[in-house]
Design a protein around this ligand. Structure first.
Ligand code: ADP
Ligand code: MG
Length: 364
């Protein structure tokens, strides 16, 4: 069991700054997720923790020991990759025990660990099979098993579910979470998928261009994104952004007139006369007669596409011809393309972002 501390960590590849001033304490037993678009530095950060990539600057500690110069095999970590590359000529048991045999772990100890891990992963009936005799999900379990038998202080996982189909991904997501609950091993999990991040992480690090944007629990990240990037990246369909002006405490344009309340009302006061991005999640917009009781604070929009999903319906609408938004409405709402609608805004979940810095005005 161990805490992992990244203190002012930088990674440069020649002139490219892949990771910039990364500061983070991953608590003992935490399930920490790194999420962000491709190329934002997730893998590089993970590989620095693993010892597979040299740290350009900063201090990395695992379990209160500075490990900058400790080789990977002595860091007490186990890594699971997207391309888990099982040895094709070995059976499941041999694949899982390979690392332990290399390390000359006593045989009874190997048997105990493989048997426990195999039971935990529900692959104990497959120990004699070769990888080609397994399904994708079973192979991924073997790869996890190979990491578990090491009984490491820290698990590092780099997009381990990317190669699986959607249904299996959902299943394995739950399996990995259960595994974490059972074993309580500190885990760092990398993904570009915000749904995976939200469903798995106890905390999430959102990264962009080598920089941490925000570190928070899933719900805090969703409710209180610190900037437009985080607001737009977390949540599906994504948060809507409309450009509007601040006029005497209202957010306005030709198509809308919204009067913020509470915290946001105070925070936008200094923006009087300026333009901002108004941010609203699809579920915080609705048709009249729906879940938002107000009669004011409306956006004039023209429905372009109606997407019934069964449990809910998404309305894609244009606002003033040059902007669009998505509203999540009741599946039985009567609405069709071409309709002009006055969408209501739930003020409790309204955001405004600075046009230049893109910071969330509500939380700055
Ligand atoms: N070995 C390398 N040499 C040069 N640039 C690299 C190398 N590895 C990664 N990079 C660069 O570092 C940045 C971060 O990459 P990476 O950590 O792989 O991102 P992610 O895992 O978030 O997709 C990218 O710009 C990438 O091109
Ligand atoms: Mg990567």
């Amino acid at each position: 069991m161990a805490e992992v501390v990244l203190d002012k960590i930088w990674k440069r590849f020649g002139n490219v700054v892949a990771v910039e001033d990364f500061n983070l304490t991953i608590d003992d037993e935490e399930f920490m997720v790194f999420v962000g678009p491709s190329g934002c530095g997730k893998t590089t950060t993970l590989r620095m923790i693993a010892g597979l990539e040299e740290i350009s600057e900063g201090t990395l500690s695992i379990g209160e020991r500075v490990v900058n110069d400790v080789p990977p095999k002595d860091r007490d970590i186990a890594m699971v990759f997207q391309n888990y590359a099982l040895y094709p000529h070995m059976n499941v048991h041999q694949n899982m025990s390979f690392g332990l045999r290399l390390r000359k772990t006593p045989k009874p100890d190997i048997e105990r660990r493989v048997s426990e891990a195999a039971q935990l992963l529900q692959i104990d009936h497959l120990l004699d099979r070769r990888p080609r005799e397994l399904s994708g999900g079973q192979r991924q379990r073997v790869a996890l098993g190979r990491a578990i038998v090491r009984e490491p202080k820290v698990f590092l996982m780099d997009e381990p579910l990317s190669n699986l189909d959607a249904k299996l991904r959902v299943e394995m997501r739950a399996s990995i979470k259960k595994l974490h609950l059972r074993l309580g091993v500190t885990t760092v999990y990398v993904t570009h998928d915000q749904v995976e991040a939200m469903t798995m992480g106890t905390r999430i690090v959102v990264m962009k261009d080598g920089l941490i944007q925000q570190v928070a629990s899933p719900i805090e990240l969703y409710d209180k994104p610190v900037n437009k990037f985080v607001g737009g990246f977390i949540g599906s369909p994504a948060m809507n952004f409309l450009v509007g002006g601040v006029q005497n405490g209202r957010l306005t344009s030709e198509q809308f007139d919204i009067k913020p309340v509470g915290e946001l009302a105070e925070k936008i006061a200094p923006y009087n006369g300026k333009k901002v991005y108004v941010g609203m999640r699809p579920e915080n917009l609705d048709l009249p007669g729906g879940k938002i009781p107000e009669k004011q604070n409306t956006i004039k929009a023209t429905v372009e596409v109606v997407e019934p999903l069964g449990a809910e319906t998404h309305i894609l609408a244009s606002v003033g011809g040059d902007q669009t938004l998505v509203a999540r409405v009741d599946p039985h709402a009567r609405v069709q393309p071409g309709d002009n609608v006055d969408l209501l805004v739930d003020l409790d979940f309204l955001h405004a972002f600075d046009l230049d810095t893109e910071a969330n005005i509500r939380y700055t």
